[in-house]
Ligand binder design. Structure first.
Ligand SMILES: Cc1cc2nc3c(=O)[nH]c(=O)nc-3n(C[C@H](O)[C@H](O)[C@H](O)COP(=O)(O)O)c2cc1C
Length: 186
């Protein structure tokens, strides 16, 4: 698969088979991640591969947030349990965090670099026949979710990826052609 093939084939995959990605596959993806450009060679990325217990704890933290919309405690308990169970059942979760430099300019560069590493993970997964789905949101700053991951106080979680063998490969989502978004400035 060429890089252009991988770019075209990558999807946000939401349904996976039960197969857990192998350690070798995950290490290939993480080795690809750290090839991303990073200004001043800060290597800002940190990776956490979550097993079933950590996934369930992360899902419970998310479930607590979702359950705030419940109309009664029975429904809230059901939402917490279901969200935790759903996360335990994912074949793999990869949390990508970054170090937080005291200099805001470096911090911003490091955030950008860390997302380039995330893209490398997604493309490497595609080349290995795997699928990924990036998730973000306020949950990443939730103390219970952070504790589930084991992330240090000095780090910021920037993306949470599910990884696995696609059970369903979604159709490509439409994109605005680059030519409509590009000015060739003389
Ligand atoms: C920075 C970033 C954050 C994202 N956060 C979420 C998210 O919180 N939940 C979600 O379902 N998808 C999330 N996605 C996935 C996008 O929704 C997805 O990439 C988009 O719908 C295009 O689909 P595709 O990846 O299959 O091309 C995120 C993607 C990026 C790049």
């Amino acid at each position: 698969m060429t890089l252009f093939d991988a770019l075209a084939a990558r999807r946000s995959v939401r349904q996976f088979t039960d197969r857990t990605p192998t350690r070798d596959e995950l290490e290939q993806m993480l080795d690809a991640a750290v090839l991303a450009p990073n200004h001043r060679l800060t290597n800002p990325w940190r990776f956490y591969v979550l097993g079933p217990e950590a996934r369930a704890a992360y899902g419970l933290a998310l479930g607590h947030r979702k359950a705030k919309k419940a109309t009664d405690e029975a429904q809230a308990a059901q939402i917490r349990q279901a969200t935790s169970d759903d996360h335990r059942a994912w074949p793999c979760m990869l949390v990508v965090a970054m170090t937080q430099h005291e200099n805001p300019e470096i911090r911003e560069e490091d955030y950008a670099a860390t997302f380039m590493a995330v893209q490398n993970v997604c493309l490497a997964a595609t080349a290995l026949g795997l699928g990924t789905h990036i998730r973000t949101g306020a949950i990443m700053g939730d103390p219970a979710a952070r504790a589930a991951v084991g992330v240090s106080d000095a780090e910021r979680i920037v993306a949470v990826l599910t990884v696995g063998t696609p059970a369903v490969v979604p159709d490509a989502k439409p994109r605005t052609p680059a030519r409509e978004l590009t000015r060739w400035v003389p």
